[in-house]
Design a protein. Structure first.
Length: 367
C-alpha cells in the first residue's frame, strides 16, 4: 500500500511537472511573439547618439522672414529640424525647393520644422528686401533666416549650396546632404526622426507612408557654372578675352575670331568687379559657346537684353521663362533670369546684346 501510494505521488509530481513545463513553454511562445511585435514597432529605440554631433545654435542672424527670433526659438525646441542652406539666385537651390515645400506641408503638424538658412553668395543677396521679395515670389511659407555674415554656414562647417541638415528632437545632426537629389532617402530619414519623437512622447503616430512624388529635374549640362567676377573666376580659366581681368578698372574688350567652348567673351567697355562685370559703355555683348538644355543668368541693373542663338534671334520654342513675347529679357531686379529652355541638351553659341550701361552680370548657370 505504501509502495502504491508512493508510486501515485511520484506519478502525480511528474504529471504536474510536465503540465507546468508545457504551460511555461506556450507562455514563452506567446511572450516571444508579443516581444517580437513590440521590437519591430519600437526598433531603433533608444539610440546611442555618441556618434552624432550636436547642431549649432542659430547665431548672427541678420533678419527673419515668416517668423521672428522668439517664435523660432520655441519651434526649434523638441522638434525635428530641417535646415536648408541656400541662396535665392542659386539654380541648384531653386530646384530643391518644391521638395522642401512639400515636406513642410506634409510633416509640419507632426513635428517637422523647416528653416531656410539664406547664406548669400553675392552682395545683393544680403539685402533684406531682395530676399523677402524672392521668398514671396517663390511661395515659401516656412521660416527663412538671413545668414549675411555666414555665421551659421561656418558653425555647420559648410562649403556648399545647397546643403540640408536633419536634426532630431534632441538636437543631434542625424543626416546631411550636399546638392540636389537623394530626395527619397532624405524623406525617409525625416519619417524615421519623426517616429522616434512620437515614440518618446507616447504618441500613436507614424510617418511611414508614401513618399512625396514630385519627380526630379535632372540637369543636362556639360558646361559648368561660369563666374564673371575676378574674385570668383580665379583659377577657373573661363574668360576667353585676351585682355583678361583688371580689378576695379574699366576695360575695353573685343571678341576674337576663335571661340573656345565653355568660355565667355565680352565686347564693349566693362568694369571689372570682385563678383561681377558691369557694362560701362552704352552697349555691349556677351558671347558664350555652351552645351546645355537650359541657360540662366544672374544679373542686376535695369536693361533690355536681346538673345541670339547661333547668329539668329532666339526662336520662340526656346524662350526661357523670363523672355518676353518680343524676344527680349528685361532686367530690373537682382536675381536669376531663365533665358533659354530647349527641348534637349545641345551645343550652341549664345549671344546677349545689352542696350544700356549699368547692367551687371554675375554668373551663367545651366540645366
Amino acid at each position: 500500500m505504501k509502495s502504491e501510494l508512493k508510486t501515485a505521488i511520484i506519478m502525480g509530481i511528474i504529471i504536474v511537472g510536465i503540465a507546468s513545463a508545457i504551460g511555461v513553454y506556450f507562455e514563452s511562445l506567446d511572450s516571444t511573439g508579443s516581444n517580437s511585435k513590440s521590437d519591430k514597432k519600437n526598433s531603433g529605440f533608444p539610440i546611442n547618439k555618441n556618434q552624432f554631433k550636436k547642431s549649432p545654435e542659430l547665431k548672427g542672424i541678420s533678419g527673419y522672414i515668416n517668423t521672428n527670433a522668439e517664435e523660432l526659438e520655441k519651434r526649434i525646441h523638441g522638434n525635428v529640424i530641417l535646415y536648408d542652406i541656400w541662396t535665392y539666385s542659386c539654380i541648384n537651390c531653386l530646384r530643391t525647393l518644391p521638395h522642401i515645400e512639400a515636406w513642410y506641408e506634409k510633416y509640419s503638424e507632426r513635428g517637422l520644422v523647416v528653416i531656410g538658412v539664406h547664406s548669400p553668395e553675392f552682395e545683393f543677396e544680403k539685402d533684406y528686401n531682395n530676399v523677402n521679395a524672392a521668398v514671396k515670389k517663390l511661395g515659401i511659407k516656412y521660416p527663412v533666416v538671413l545668414d549675411n555674415d555666414m555665421t551659421v554656414w561656418d558653425s555647420f562647417g559648410n562649403h556648399y549650396w545647397p546643403r540640408k541638415y536633419l536634426v532630431d528632437d534632441e538636437g543631434f545632426i542625424r543626416y546631411d546632404h550636399v546638392g540636389e537629389g537623394n530626395y527619397d532617402e532624405t524623406e525617409r530619414i525625416i519619417q524615421k526622426l519623426l517616429d522616434e519623437r512620437s515614440h518618446k512622447l507616447g504618441l500613436n503616430i507614424t510617418a511611414t507612408e508614401p513618399l512625396v512624388d514630385i519627380g526630379e529635374e535632372v540637369p543636362q549640362s556639360s558646361t559648368p557654372e561660369i563666374y564673371f567676377g575676378y574674385n570668383y573666376a580665379a583659377g577657373r580659366n573661363q574668360f576667353g578675352n585676351s585682355e583678361g581681368f583688371n580689378p576695379q578698372k574699366d576695360v575695353s574688350y573685343s571678341i576674337p575670331k576663335d571661340l573656345r567652348p565653355n568660355n565667355f567673351y565680352l565686347d564693349g567697355i566693362w568694369k571689372n568687379l570682385p563678383d561681377s562685370m558691369m557694362l560701362s559703355s552704352n552697349t555691349g555683348k556677351i558671347i558664350l559657346p555652351y552645351t546645355a538644355k537650359q541657360v540662366n543668368i544672374v544679373s542686376s541693373g535695369k536693361s533690355s537684353l536681346s538673345i541670339y542663338l547661333d547668329g539668329n534671334l532666339l526662336e520662340k520654342s526656346k524662350f526661357g521663362n523670363d523672355v518676353g513675347s518680343d524676344g527680349k529679357v528685361i532686367t530690373s531686379e537682382s536675381r536669376l533670369y531663365n533665358i533659354i529652355q530647349d527641348s534637349e541638351s545641345a551645343s550652341h553659341v549664345l549671344e546677349i546684346r545689352v542696350d544700356s550701361p549699368g547692367f551687371e552680370i554675375f554668373t551663367f548657370t545651366f540645366g
